[in-house]
Design a binder for this molecule. Structure first.
Ligand code: ATR
Length: 277
C-alpha cells in the first residue's frame, strides 16, 4: 500500500464528541508543520470491523480506539503488541504499508510518562503502589507498574471479585485490600493512584482517609475533569506530590503520533492549554 499524500488519523469511539484527542493531534500537526489531519470517528459496535478495514484504503495511517471498542479491536488486528495482549485491550492502531493492522496499548506508557514528568523524584522501586479501582484503566496501569519494577501493588476495589480477577491475571505482586479498609494501608504506599471514575464532574468524590500518608508521597488521579479532583486537593493539603490525570491522556497519544506522522511530539504546557481550550 502506498503512503497517502495527506496522512490521516482519527479516534474511533461511541460516543466520540467529547474526545480531546483531535485537539491534541491537530495541535502537534500545526506545531511541527506536518501534513496530515486527525478526526473523530463515530463508529457503532456492529460497524467496527468494516470501518477499521476500510480506513487504510481511505488514506488513514492509524487510529486511536476508545470506549467501547478497546477490547473488540484486538480481534480485528492482524498483529498486536505483547502489552496489548496482556492487558486485553488496545488504544492505538497502525495501518502498515503491507496492509496489515497492528494494535498496541499505550495507556500504561501514558500513565508512567505522566507520573515521571510530574513527579520526577518518584522511584518506582522505592515502595508499594496503592491502586484504587480494578477496571480497564487499572489493568493497563498495573502492567506498567509491574514492568517498572514496583515491588508490590496494593489493590482496592469496591467489587472485590474484580480485584481478585486482576490478581489472577497479573500474579503475586498484587495484594488485595478491602475497599473499606484502604485507610489502613495508605501509609505503606509510595504512590496512590485513583483509577476509578470517582471525583469526576457529576460523580461523588473519592473519600479515603489520607491522614496516614507521608508528605512527599505521590498521589495521582486518572480523572482530569476537573483537573484538581477532591482527592488531589486533599493530597495537596497533606503536602503530597500530586500529578493530575490530563497528562496520561496526552502522553498515551505520543507513540501513535510518532508512528503515523514521523515526529516524536512534546507534552508541554502549550499542549495542555490547547487541549483544555
Ligand atoms: P475504566 O475502563 O475507565 O477503568 P471501568 O472498567 O468501568 O472503567 O471501571 C470503573 C472503576 O471505577 C471500577 O473499579 C469501579 O468499581 P467496581 O468494579 O466496584 O464497579 C470503580 N467505581 C465506579 N464508581 C464507583 C463508586 N461509586 N464507588 C467505588 N468505585 C467505583
Amino acid at each position: 500500500m502506498t503512503r497517502p499524500d495527506i496522512p490521516l488519523a482519527g479516534v474511533i469511539g461511541n460516543p466520540i464528541g467529547h474526545s480531546r484527542s483531535p485537539l491534541m493531534h491537530k495541535h502537534w500537526l500545526r506545531r511541527y508543520d506536518l501534513r496530515g489531519d486527525y478526526v473523530p470517528l463515530h463508529v457503532a459496535e456492529g460497524d467496527l470491523e468494516r470501518v477499521v478495514r476500510t480506513l487504510p484504503r481511505m488514506g488513514f495511517v492509524g487510529a486511536n480506539v476508545t470506549l467501547p471498542h478497546k477490547t473488540a479491536v484486538l480481534q480485528i488486528a492482524d498483529h498486536q503488541s505483547d502489552r496489548a495482549t496482556l492487558i486485553g485491550a488496545a488504544n492505538t492502531l497502525t495501518f502498515r504499508d503491507d496492509g496489515s493492522i497492528f494494535a498496541d496499548n499505550t495507556d500504561g506508557y501514558g500513565f508512567m510518562s505522566n507520573v515521571r514528568q510530574g513527579a520526577p523524584n518518584w522511584d518506582p522501586k522505592s515502595g508499594p503502589a496503592l491502586v484504587l479501582g480494578a477496571g480497564g484503566a487499572a489493568r493497563a496501569i498495573i502492567v506498567a507498574l509491574a514492568d517498572a519494577g514496583v515491588p508490590q501493588i496494593l489493590l482496592a476495589n469496591r467489587t472485590r471479585a474484580k480485584a481478585e480477577a486482576l490478581k489472577a491475571d497479573f500474579g503475586q505482586r498484587i495484594r488485595i485490600v478491602d475497599w473499606v479498609q484502604v485507610g489502613s494501608v495508605v501509609e505503606d504506599a509510595a504512590i496512590v493512584i485513583n483509577t476509578t471514575s470517582l471525583g469526576m464532574t457529576g460523580q461523588p468524590a473519592l473519600r479515603i482517609p489520607l491522614d496516614g500518608l507521608q508528605s512527599g508521597t505521590v498521589v495521582t488521579d486518572i480523572v482530569y475533569s476537573p483537573l484538581q479532583t477532591p482527592l488531589l486537593q486533599m493530597a495537596v493539603a497533606m503536602g503530597c506530590v500530586t500529578v493530575d490525570g490530563l497528562g496520561m491522556l496526552l502522553h498515551q497519544g505520543v507513540p501513535g503520533f510518532e508512528r503515523w506522522f514521523g515526529k516524536r511530539p512534546e507534552v508541554d504546557d502549550a499542549l495542555r492549554a490547547a487541549v483544555l481550550a
